[in-house]
Design a protein around this ligand. Structure first.
Ligand SMILES: [Zn+2]
Ligand SMILES: [Zn+2]
Length: 202
């Protein structure tokens, strides 16, 4: 997908600390977000309640993210659905003058090593792109970092029979695979103090 669908234009927010605007947004043109076993499907609506505030350094974005992930149970492969309801807060700093920004990033005496600098840039400081703020990272994090990585249809899902691949829950209680292995079948009968009385017993 070429265009970032999570860019938001803050044009309507006056650049005066204390000013604030609120929006209810729905993003429904995006790629799938998540894992193979559980993900927000492509174009599944992602509802965002967004509040943007002018602060001295830039724009503070506070949001709740609501959507539905779908996937399959890690044990029985049934479809599972998972409600996402998360929130985030991010500061987007102004870059008033691109030349200044460049100066700021110029190597100086107190320059931290390159790796740290990149960490700072990418993880801590988000910058505005003109009037745009990019909600992609925060939305992605809010969703992905909170998805269970081993989704289950229920906490005590018994899963599948390893022999036939059927769901335990749909199999009869005394389900077994009799002729699978003669030796074990024999053992089962032999150890059967608990088994039902045979025809010769009374
Ligand atoms: Zn299951
Ligand atoms: Zn079976």
């Amino acid at each position: 997908m070429s265009k970032n669908p999570f860019l938001f234009n803050t044009h309507d927010l006056p650049r005066r600390p204390g000013e604030m605007r609120e929006y209810e947004l729905t993003f429904d043109e995006h790629e799938a977000l998540g894992f193979e076993v559980l993900a927000i499907a492509a174009n599944e609506p992602i509802d965002i309640d967004l509040r943007i505030e002018s602060v001295a350094e830039g724009i503070l974005a506070t949001a709740t993210v609501r959507t539905e992930a779908s996937g399959e149970c890690g044990r029985c492969l049934d479809a599972v659905y998972y409600d996402v309801n998360e929130s985030f807060q991010e500061l987007y700093e102004y870059i008033e003058d691109p030349r200044q920004a460049r100066k700021k990033n110029k190597p100086g005496k107190k320059r931290v090593n390159k790796a740290e600098e990149e960490d700072l840039d990418e993880d801590l400081v988000r910058q505005m792109d003109g009037e745009l703020i990019d909600l992609d990272g925060p939305i992605r994090d809010a969703i992905i970092l909170n998805l269970p990585i081993n989704p289950l249809c229920s906490a005590d899902c018994p899963g599948l029979c390893p022999d036939c691949g059927m769901k335990w829950i749909e199999l009869p209680e005394e389900h077994e695979h009799a002729p699978a292995d003669i030796r074990w079948a024999g053992l089962e009968n032999w150890s059967g103090g608990k088994s039902e009385p045979g025809p010769t017993e009374k």
